[in-house]
Design a binder for this molecule. Sequence first.
Ligand code: FAD
Length: 811
Amino acid sequence: MSVVIWCIATLIVLGAILYRGASLRAFTLGTIVMLAIGSLFGLFAYVPWIIAAVILVPFNLGFIRKNILAKRILSVYRKIMPEMSQTEREALEAGTVWWDGEVFRGKPNWKKLHAIPASKLTAEEQAFIDGPCDEVCTMLDDWYATHELADMPEHVWQYLKDNKFFAMIIKKEYGGLEFSAYAQSRVLQKLSGHSTILASTVGVPNSLGPGELLQLYGTKEQQDHYLPRLATGEDIPCFALTSPEAGSDAGAIPDTGIVCKGQWEGEEVLGIRLNFNKRYITLAPIATVVGLAFKMYDPEGLIGDQEDIGITCALLPRDIAGMEIGRRHLPLNVPFHNGPIRGTDVFIPMSFIIGGQAMAGKGWRMLMECLSVGRVITLPSNSAGGAKSIALVTGAYSRIRRQFKLPIGKMEGVEEAMARIGGNAYLMDAVTKFSTTGLDIGEKPSVISAISKYHMTEKLRQVMNDAMDIHGGKGICLGPNNYLGRGYQGTPVAITVEGANILTRSLMIYGQGAIRCHPFVLEEMNAAAIKGKEGLARFDKALFGHIGFVFSNFVRSLWFGVGGARFTSAPANDSTAQYYRMMTRFSSNLALMSDVAMGVLGGELKRRERLSARLGDMLSYLFIGSAILKRFEDDGRPAEDLPLMHWAMQDSLRKLQESQLEFLENFGAIGSALKVMMYPFGRIVKAPSDKLGHQISRILMEPNAARTRLGEGQFLSEKGPFGYVEAVLRDIIAVEPLHDKVQKAAGERLSFTRLHEIGLRGKELGVLNDEEVALFKRAEEGRLRVINVDDFAPEDLLAGPTAHQWGRDNS
Ligand SMILES: Cc1cc2nc3c(=O)[nH]c(=O)nc-3n(C[C@H](O)[C@H](O)[C@H](O)COP(=O)(O)OP(=O)(O)OC[C@H]3O[C@@H](n4cnc5c(N)ncnc54)[C@H](O)[C@@H]3O)c2cc1C
């Protein structure tokens, strides 16, 4: 054996040990075996043994490693670690790590993904979605509500209350529905596919709000009093956190609560004097109970020796003295109730704190924990539901609407936009299904909630824009015939609420993900905060585990870069196998880039938001890709869905790849070196092909199994606009071959307009029967109703007077 062969063999053996992420002991053993083989073949004497011993002995001897290496590193670490505020720490510690951790750590276990049970609806949940959900959609005319009433009609409100739409999260023992997260998601999908005002109104009380806070933290008395009233709609809740001066930086609210004595129901009691100014509060104008977040202080030491107690949440009845409530904001012409709440010297007894006095100062943590659950459900589900209905209606419209004598959906340019709509709708359903499954198996995944919120609302914005482009003027001219405009107008609301999207992408996804999902970073931080031997022992364990983790991901990324990814295992041997392999490769890359970024930039990474955002995109698309593959698997790998699945995977992997390349290209010399290592042959993922786009357009433009699955659970009754367009599509498709028959009999090309006349002509020519003539008539009526837009008498468009104009007070 020559030295060269030995060197290669040693690299392979040690590389394989690192690739598998084996322990320091296994690595040391591997080194000894290879050195022994070299000595046995007489390749060298002692020098390699001495080098190996110098490197490996200090690491293997716990005493030296801990008391010399780890101790020194710990003291530097403590100096450079950025200070973490209490609110940051509480946000970080809230919730759990789930599949986000698996894809962050470089080696996703795909069998584990497949083993996660798919969520299913109970008979009761299904009956609710088929029954009351359909009924309320039928009852609500979105245009009437948004344009004429600026509210939902009273009978719709009553129906929602009577059928407990506001009580999906409330436990049965309190009279609620206690639906699974998945069922709540399906309810919201159906409602949002019909009306944004409906979905927003139902979404909020079931998301972050007093109901959830009370169930988790309320005292028994508070639960017994409020939960049954919230379940029946006797009480309508809102939750007020945002202030004019504190939006994204909600931890900085200037609203105060001073502990003091005051009069309550004729007696002097210990309580809190509140001064606050809140805005943008959903349901506030009609709320009967207000959840309020404020900063609590005890300057006179009435309840202890701590003056600054921290953010606290309390429940205030609407009619409490000193509170102004009832005025409305107008959120982009989707007039769900939203408005300001102000309070001056409002006195509340201590018992109004959610959870009682014991929970004073724990408000931020409570909010963070609840937010991680609600944020997985409401906005992502509303977005997915909107996208599913839009995919169907746009496919139908593009078959019904003709220009240049062709259905517009057959134009290649339109196909491109249609592919994005169909692929994204498939992806969004997959993500909401997967992430709500996480909630139903007991997770509170805070990082996944940020991923879902950001990406689903952004994808809805893309779907909306594409649908508006395809619909042309039909989407623009508002009126009862326009089924898109209000949803389009309302899209930025979802972008802004529950963590504005720029902030969520730049700061939250990776900021939390890096620390929560990393196998060692949080433990290093926690250990560094502990003084003495215990802190050092924990830091030593985490630090050296971390170093092994970095080496492992380095070897894996190197190996995958030169083509080794094709030898990794995948849980399938069909066309999805390539995606599992690429995801494994990208996951190892992310783990390495992440450690390099944290190692080089330390706390500065938090301020380098563009880098942090790209690392967040990598984590997000690994999660999204997993959700797509999981959906395809759980659906039974239906062949008809392949174009949708392929588009969604290819688009996601391409975005993942671009975020890696952009990160590396903006990370100086280290980034350039890593780029050579990770992408030695350039890009590996191509954009979805034109052919795939064409196939998706075909799926969307006519009834078929893939299309039915795509729109599953949406409100498609002919009583609503989306269902009506579906019915017209069926008629148009039935007329098309008959139209050809008439053309043939007439011996001329006939336009696809004035279908009723063509029907009569077919009868004269003896090629159509009465039933077919009636079909032509119905199809023409439907066609015109679908392509026509509304017009109004000028006075019908005048809104009533308002007190203010720009720079002028009219009151
Ligand atoms: C219709 C509607 C309903 C709402 N409902 C409620 C409710 O029921 N209860 C409640 O308490 N609040 C509610 N909100 C408030 C909502 O949560 C806030 O609007 C949101 O937190 C953003 O605050 P802001 O609008 O003041 O934007 P700002 O905080 O002023 O942000 C402006 C922009 O700066 C970006 N930005 C800010 N900081 C950073 C950063 N560090 N890095 C990168 N980008 C950053 C943001 O992403 C955003 O794009 C609602 C808002 C609206 C519009």
